[in-house]
Design a protein around this ligand. Structure first.
Ligand code: PMP
Length: 367
């Protein structure tokens, strides 16, 4: 590998590049017969039947900061090299790390394309960075030219969510590549692919990174892999960007039990089963979309490549309340730009989707 610093690195905060990162005990020496370097308890926790000391799953020991087996498995799954990959506490953590590493308070900015996932703006505002909003164009399409027109010298990150939450629309890979090319050496294009598994046939922007080092991709085990509770997310980027973020990441971001759960969910037979589930979910999404489109209370069902549908109702507040009253909870996204009257409905198991459709039919009959 060519180790010359990539130009984009110079766009990171100088104080992050200059700081001496924390060196954890587990990083300095991870394995030995007698571990006396991390101020841990020599005994397993009391009152649990957790495996014995010195087992990789022993909870009295700090976890590996970047567990090798998990990284190798994820690298294989996403088709990238393991040094291009950072694992952490959900993609939420990666968003936060990126903003903290690149954006100086009171000076720098990120670009987002609303309506989109809310955490980009929250992370930026927490850091004191500006949020430049470039609305999605007609059909909830990414407006690359409008994004470029708003980028300034102080713009460090451009977020592209694809499939986008909460609209479900996919951004073409060609549009992402074009955006990254125009922003080369200036800004990092962060492609959030939390829902990409549900976009059948779509290609990850990770394949662009070898040629375009100003692209970072976010993946997660929270959606298709059913591990939202384990909080395991992956950032895929040039190895030097990964190394930059490691400088500011918490010493032990992933709890041992979460790593174990992720490894189990990524075993080859489990991944096969996940693929079957994804196919079923996509079929359900199309079934629910068709049924909703035929309902009188529904004005629009937007095409979705994710595991949810964005639906415009004649009276979203009334529909939301009627569903809530019988214990069906959907997401009210009507306050988002361009989404007045819209609810975001996650695709559930077939019986859950049936219950939703029955409830809507009842609401119509009562109207
Ligand atoms: N990105 C998008 C687009 C999301 O919708 C979500 C979760 N709702 C996340 C990231 C965060 O996911 P994680 O569980 O990996 O932190």
């Amino acid at each position: 590998m060519n180790d010359a610093p990539i130009k984009l690195l110079a766009r990171a905060r100088p104080e992050i590049l200059a700081l001496q990162p924390y060196s954890s005990a587990r990083m300095e020496a991870g394995a030995g017969a007698i571990m006396l370097n991390a101020n841990e308890s020599p005994w397993p926790p009391v009152g649990t039947d957790i495996p014995l000391d010195n087992d990789a799953s022993a909870l009295n020991r700090y976890p590996d900061p970047q567990p090798r087996a998990l990284r190798e498995r994820l690298a294989q799954l996403y088709g990238v090299a393991s040094d291009e990959l950072l694992v952490g506490r959900g993609s939420d953590e990666a968003i936060d790390l990126l903003v903290r590493a690149f954006c100086s308070e009171g000076r720098d900015a990120i670009v987002i394309s609303p309506p989109t996932f809310g955490m980009y703006a929250v992370a930026a505002r927490t850091q004191g960075a500006a949020v430049i909003e470039v609305p999605l164009a007609k059909g909830f399409e990414l407006d690359g030219d409008a994004v470029l027109a708003r980028v300034t010298d102080n713009t460090k990150l451009v977020f592209v969510c694809t499939p986008n939450n909460p609209t479900g629309a996919l951004a073409p890979l060609t549009a992402i590549a074009k955006l990254a090319l125009a922003l080369r050496d200036r800004a990092l294009v962060v492609v959030d692919e939390a829902y990409l598994e549900f976009a059948q046939g779509a290609t990850s922007a990770a394949e662009l990174i070898a040629r375009q080092d100003n692209i970072a991709v976010l993946r997660t085990l929270s959606k298709a892999y059913a591990l939202a509770g384990a909080r395991v997310g992956t950032l895929i980027a040039h190895a030097q960007i990964v190394a930059l973020l490691r400088r500011i990441q918490a010493p032990y971001p992933l709890p041992t039990s979460c790593v174990d759960a992720a490894l189990a969910a990524l075993a080859p037979s489990a991944v096969e089963e996940v693929r079957v589930r994804i196919r079923m979910l996509v079929r359900e999404r199309e079934r629910v979309a068709r049924a909703l489109a035929a309902a009188a209370a529904v004005l629009d069902v937007y095409p979705s490549s994710a595991n949810f549908l964005c639906v415009r109702f004649a009276d979203a507040a009334a529909t939301y309340r009627a569903l809530l009253a019988i214990g069906i909870i959907v997401r009210d996204v009507s306050r988002y730009a361009q989404l007045a009257g819209c609810l975001r409905i996650t695709i559930g198991a077939p019986d859950e989707n049936d219950a939703l459709l029955r409830a809507l039919a009842r609401q119509e009959a009562a109207a």
